[in-house]
Design a protein. Structure first.
Length: 318
C-alpha cells in the first residue's frame, strides 16, 4: 500500500524481536528452560528499606494527575503503532478509559483501558492513520506528564511497579513504561524504560528494555521474560528498580535472569550522572497500543474488534 509505505513511524515502533529470540526459544524448548526468574528471597524484596511514595489504586481517574492522549513530546505527533490514543473525552464515539469494579483487584476497582476498531475514516488531529483502514483503531494512553514539559508525578530513583492484566488478542501491545522529563522538550536524547511490553498473541512471554536514545552514548538493553504462566490469565506484578546507575527488571518481585549468564539482570544507566546534574526524573505511562509488525487479521473476528487491559494499581517506592 503506497500510503502505508510513505508513513514514518516513531522509534518506539521499531521491532524488538532480536531481544526476544532467546526467550521464545526457551518458552518452546526443553522442560526447565521456560522460566527466566531468580529464586524468591526476602533479602531481594525491592520494597525493603523503601517508603511507599506513590500509590494509585484507581478508585477514580484523577485527571489532575493523569493526562491522556498521544505521548508527551514536543518533537512528533506522539502516536505510534496502529491506533490513535484518545484524549480523556474519547475519540470517534469511544472512550477507552473506565474505572470498573473487579473483585480480583486489590481494592475492588481497576483502571480499564480499551481498544476498539472503528473501521471508518477518522478525524483525529495529527493521527497518521485516519484514512487507512487497518489503522482505524482508538485505544488509550495515560501519563503523568504533558507536552509542555510539566511533570505531575516523577521520580529519579525508586522501585516502580504496576499490577496488570493483559488481553489475548492478535494485535494488542500493552505497556507500563517510563520516560525522562528532559526528553519532552529536548528529544534529541531520551531515556525509555519499558518495564513490560506484551504481545497479545504471546501469552507466556513479555519484553523488558532500557533504551538510551540519541548520541552521544546511545545504548540499548533488553530481554525476553518467560515466567512460566499465561500472562493473560490474571493480574501480575511488573516492576523495575532504578537506583543511581543500577537498573533491574522484576516479575512478581523476583529478579529477571540474564538469558545467557543465568544471573540476575543489572543494566547500567549510562546517563545517570547527567540526570542527577539536571534534576531529571522518570514519569510513568500506561498504554494499550496496537502492533504494526504483524499482518492485520483477515478477516478480523468479531470478538477481536474490541478488547481491553486492566491496571489494579501503580506504586512507586523510594
Amino acid at each position: 500500500m503506497e500510503q502505508m509505505q510513505q508513513m514514518t513511524w516513531p522509534r518506539r515502533d521499531l521491532l524488538k524481536t532480536p531481544f526476544l529470540g532467546a526467550a521464545m526459544a526457551a518458552a518452546t524448548g526443553a522442560p526447565g528452560q521456560a522460566q527466566t526468574l531468580g529464586r524468591p528471597a526476602a533479602s531481594d524484596d525491592p520494597t525493603r528499606g523503601r517508603t511507599l511514595a506513590f500509590n494509585e489504586n484507581f478508585k477514580r481517574l484523577d485527571t489532575a494527575l493523569w493526562d491522556a492522549g498521544p505521548k508527551a513530546t514536543a518533537s512528533a505527533q506522539g502516536f505510534y503503532g496502529r491506533s490513535a490514543f484518545a484524549r480523556l473525552s474519547g475519540e470517534a464515539g469511544f472512550n477507552p478509559y473506565r474505572i470498573v469494579a473487579d473483585p480480583l483487584a486489590t481494592d475492588g476497582t481497576a483502571l480499564q483501558i480499551g481498544a476498539r476498531y472503528i473501521g471508518r475514516t477518522l478525524d483525529i488531529p495529527n493521527y497518521y492513520g485516519n484514512a487507512t483502514a487497518d489503522y482505524q483503531w482508538v485505544s488509550g494512553n495515560l501519563q503523568t506528564a504533558s507536552r509542555d514539559g510539566s511533570i505531575r508525578a516523577g521520580w529519579r530513583n525508586g522501585y516502580f511497579e504496576a499490577r496488570m492484566r493483559f488481553p489475548a488478542h492478535p494485535l494488542t501491545w500493552p505497556a507500563f513504561w517510563l520516560l525522562n522529563k528532559n526528553s519532552i522538550l529536548n528529544p534529541a536524547t531520551s531515556i525509555e524504560v519499558d518495564i513490560v511490553e506484551h504481545k497479545g498473541f504471546e501469552q507466556r512471554l513479555y519484553g523488558t528494555y532500557l533504551h538510551e536514545w540519541g548520541d552521544p552514548g546511545q545504548v540499548h538493553q533488553g530481554s525476553g521474560v518467560t515466567p512460566g504462566v499465561d500472562l493473560t490469565s490474571g493480574y501480575f506484578r511488573y516492576g523495575f528498580l532504578i537506583d543511581g546507575e543500577r537498573c533491574a527488571p522484576l516479575f512478581e518481585r523476583r529478579r529477571v535472569l540474564d538469558l545467557e549468564t543465568g544471573r540476575p539482570i543489572g543494566w547500567p544507566l549510562g546517563r545517570a550522572a547527567e540526570m542527577d546534574r539536571s534534576g531529571d526524573v522518570f514519569w510513568p505511562l500506561l498504554t494499550l497500543a496496537l502492533r504494526t509488525d504483524v499482518p492485520f487479521p483477515a478477516p478480523l473476528q468479531e470478538k477481536d474488534r474490541e478488547t481491553s487491559m486492566r491496571v489494579d494499581y501503580v506504586r512507586v517506592y523510594t
